[in-house]
Design a protein around this ligand. Structure first.
Ligand SMILES: [Zn+2]
Length: 294
């Protein structure tokens, strides 16, 4: 409630200064936003409505956004953007490089990690963190109102609806947490980290998942540790990122199945057309179901 009040005061301030802001901008038309990952474009278009057009570079849940081979077509897409959105926090360095080589007049690069002051060693899957997504949504709302003050009523209505979706997720997290807190899990990759923390779950040997994310060979003792946790019933679930596979990771899935440990897929991105909040809610549901088995 306090958070909403603060945001509403903030919006009143933005609307008060918006006409002055708009005068300082040479362009006050629909903003074309190009995002490194589809999830940020989904949130932007939910907030922006008719004030934005969006295009995302990585859109498939099967893709690994940490490791993207860039192409001239991607550079051309970025060159058309008024605003480029990258996750940042070392998640998509390829996108920052693309944006840097394609600087245009008035083009802005919005780095979510910087914007929300994510610490350098933070889990880079920032879309898993409700506070980060909320801060990003508020920033976009203020920026778009500043650019198109006449659309302030529509933008405020959209921002308020999105705030409501975040609030509902917060309540759902509290409810699921009461059933699963303190359970221990193994994860093949750190996606979902902020969600696990919010639910009070403990990731066994997070170093293992970090090594996978960095495409380095996990230490043999760490592999043995997570295997042991699956074999001896210490782990209540194995969280498996389908975008990152290897013989060792597939072996962990086999070990989990052989010992009756639920395997929970957790991808880096919503399905095309799926909203971020529905994806988040779906992941809560699947985690709850898996963790209630043990
Ligand atoms: Zn990842």
């Amino acid at each position: 409630m306090l958070r909403r009040l603060v945001f509403s005061l903030f919006l009143n301030w933005v609307i008060a200064i918006a006409p002055a802001l708009a005068q300082t901008l040479t362009q006050s038309q629909v903003r074309h936003v190009v995002c490194a990952e589809a999830v940020w474009c989904d949130i932007t278009s939910q907030i922006g409505g008719s004030a934005v057009t969006t295009q995302a570079i990585v859109v498939s849940p099967q893709a690994d956004p940490h490791d993207v081979m860039t192409s001239p077509a991607m550079a051309r897409d970025i060159a058309k953007a008024d605003i480029v959105i990258v996750n940042g926090a070392e998640y998509d360095e390829w996108a920052l490089r693309l944006a840097a080589t394609s600087r245009g007049a008035g083009r802005e690069t919005l780095d979510v990690g910087r914007l929300t002051r994510a610490s350098p060693d933070a889990n880079p899957h920032l879309f898993d963190d409700l506070g980060v997504v909320e801060a990003f949504a508020h920033h976009m709302t203020a920026e778009l109102i500043g650019n198109q003050p006449r659309k302030a009523p529509e933008l405020m209505q959209r921002a308020s609806a999105f705030d409501g979706a975040i609030e509902r997720l917060r309540q759902r997290v509290v409810s699921v947490k009461s059933e699963v807190t303190a359970k221990r899990i193994v994860a093949t990759e750190p996606v979902g980290g902020a969600l696990f923390t919010a639910l009070g779950l403990e990731v066994i040997c997070p170093r293992f998942a970090l090594a996978v994310m960095h495409h380095t060979e996990p230490a043999p003792r760490d592999l043995a540790l997570v295997e042991g946790a699956l074999e001896t019933g210490q782990a209540a679930a194995l969280i498996f990122n389908p975008a990152v596979t290897s013989p060792a990771l597939n072996g962990l899935v086999d070990t989990a199945r052989a010992h009756g440990v639920p395997v929970v897929p957790m991808s880096e991105m919503p399905m095309p057309g799926q909203h971020w909040q529905d994806w988040y809610e779906g992941r809560l549901t699947i985690l709850k179901q898996a963790l209630s088995v043990r």
